[in-house]
Ligand binder design. Sequence first.
Ligand code: ADP
Ligand code: MG
Length: 702
Amino acid sequence: MRPSLLDPLFTPITSLAGVGPKVGALMERILPLDRGAHGARTADLLFLLPSSVIDRRSRPGIANAAPGEIVTLDLIIDHHQPPPRGNRSVPYRILAHDDTDEITLTFFHAHASYLEKQLPEGAQVIVSGKMEWFNGCPSMVHPDHIALAQDAASLPLVEPVYPLTAGLSGKVLRRAITQALARVPKMPEWQDTPFLRRQSFPSFDAALARIHNPETPIDAAPDNVAWRRLAYDEFLAGQVSLALVRARVRRLSGQPLTGDGQLVDALRASLPYALTGAQDRALAEIHADLARPERMLRLLQGDVGSGKTVVALLAMARAVEAGGQAALMAPTEILARQHFSTIAPLAERAGLKIAVLTGREKGRERKQVLEGLDDGSIHIVIGTHALFQESVVFHRLVLAVVDEQHRFGVHQRLAMTAKGDAPDMLVMTATPIPRTLVLTAFGDMDVSRLTEKPAGRQPIRTVTLPLERLSELVGRIRDAVAQGQKIYWICPLVEESEEVKLMAAEDRFASLQPVFGDQIGLVHGRMKGSEKDEAMRAFKEGKTRVLIATTVIEVGVDVPDATIIVIEHAERFGLAQLHQLRGRVGRGSKPSSCVLLYKEPLGETAKRRLAVMRETEDGFVIAEEDLKLRGEGELLGTRQSGTPGFQIARIDTHADLLETARDDARLILATDPDLQTPRGKALRLLLYLFGKDDAVRLLRAG
Ligand code: ADP
Ligand code: MG
């Protein structure tokens, strides 16, 4: 149970004054971590740190204030000049002065009663805002802050600026954060005191207070001690929780999996191609891991189309040779079924019994799969989240393969760990994750890389085209269809809702159907599973030649003879996503192309992104550019720039702390494995604060 000390920080943000469901939803959009169905908690607001500050400390006096400068002025109010009655287009003007000059404060659509109260004639006041000069006359339009001189302390001279989203005002956000700060309880220190002293780190609550109420811009800078302290807290929470998971994993130590090679050899012989050198090497590394008594925790990294699936299949075959079962988890149902349909024929020819399990299998069908897994007659199962369910019991699960890892969280990995007989884990991802990020996101995993593509692949020609030339493009697509080519047509990414997404796809379908007749198909997220299958199959078999799709096909879909992909409103997609999508073509031996349709005018970043796509097909180069353009956060699909899975820490600024945190975590667990000492107990608070409840639960589970 979470210590009740922390309760005030674990209330939903809507428990704060001024935060209703609507404002709460807006706030969730800017919070760096997605809490999913649980919604954001008060603590999440504490960790929403300012993206910059406005420095209002300059107090030069009216006469010396430069145009455009943010200044704070000490004024005496002389005279109110309301607009003539009934003429709202004339602003409300207030004349004031200081020792140096006179100034006009200008308000459009003002409420006279409000201004009379805030800035009464004769009063000494303090205002802050941007200085402007109109025809040589000093003025300030809508000062950001106004206060009577006696309340001057309420005016922030260094004002933190938070990321905002449309409809959410900075004032509302600040007010909520101030309340959250007031709820921080007095807590014991969880960091090593000599370490804190060496680093000149303030205490946790002092660090938060300093960043949210800075006295100088430096107070709120990421490389300053206050922010670094919190980054270290976050790293340590992450490293301690990973270390706890690892300790647990080690306690359930693995089993050596070896085999006579019969299955693996038979499968390899039945492949219509030879493995690439990189696939061979990765497979050798995996088989060696499997043969060791320790559990395998390996990441298989390979760009889209590099052929990860077959490596997974051969790894699973070894697990079966060793007398166990294997499971392959995919993030979407389409992908699970696709894996099943490519793997099943190969596997069955080699004498393997293989099944699929997603949310769709119901009744008898589901019961049969569950029984087969339980009695061991099914060797390999391919599925979605459905595999995590409690009703799924394995006879002897020894290998779990997770495809496109970043869609699954640590939580789900733990759930899978609990399923089997301490199964070995193979995690596959197309995202080229830099080494440091592997450490933060996965802990110490071994990595195999597929650095080459299968032979015979041709480069994908990528072109960009303004939306105005749509009809020209449709003409060319028609020619391509006449030549028997297959085309994906990806509909724009829309944030709003599933409904709008659907509309975009259905509109495009409706507008193109007259051209392509029954050769055009549609697949989107709202379709029933069986309808999706049907649409994918029709496209795969060539009954349809143009497939209109929402981004449901983004990850992993394999139709090797599709040769053209059109991406509508490409400017709305991130680089990683564009790269993933483009990877749907260029999978066979025929030349392919990718058409990025964009709407003008293009912003600078969008322009750069499209240029990168034209220039390179190399996933690593693209990931690097992505990092430059958007920060690491987007790489693994988290929302804010920052480091994946982190609210505060940034790899670029705080990398030096990460290694220290890892060593610190190891040392802590070596001496206090159950977090029972006073520091250990304080560390439990830290784990909760950073949402590592799973890890704390492991402590008790033992
Ligand atoms: P990804 O790494 O993106 O998951 P897939 O496993 O889907 O890639 O493989 C992409 C395509 O390449 C598939 O059609 C697969 O059959 C094919 N393929 C895999 N390995 C090879 C190889 N060594 N030679 C030729 N084609 C291959
Ligand atoms: Mg794949």
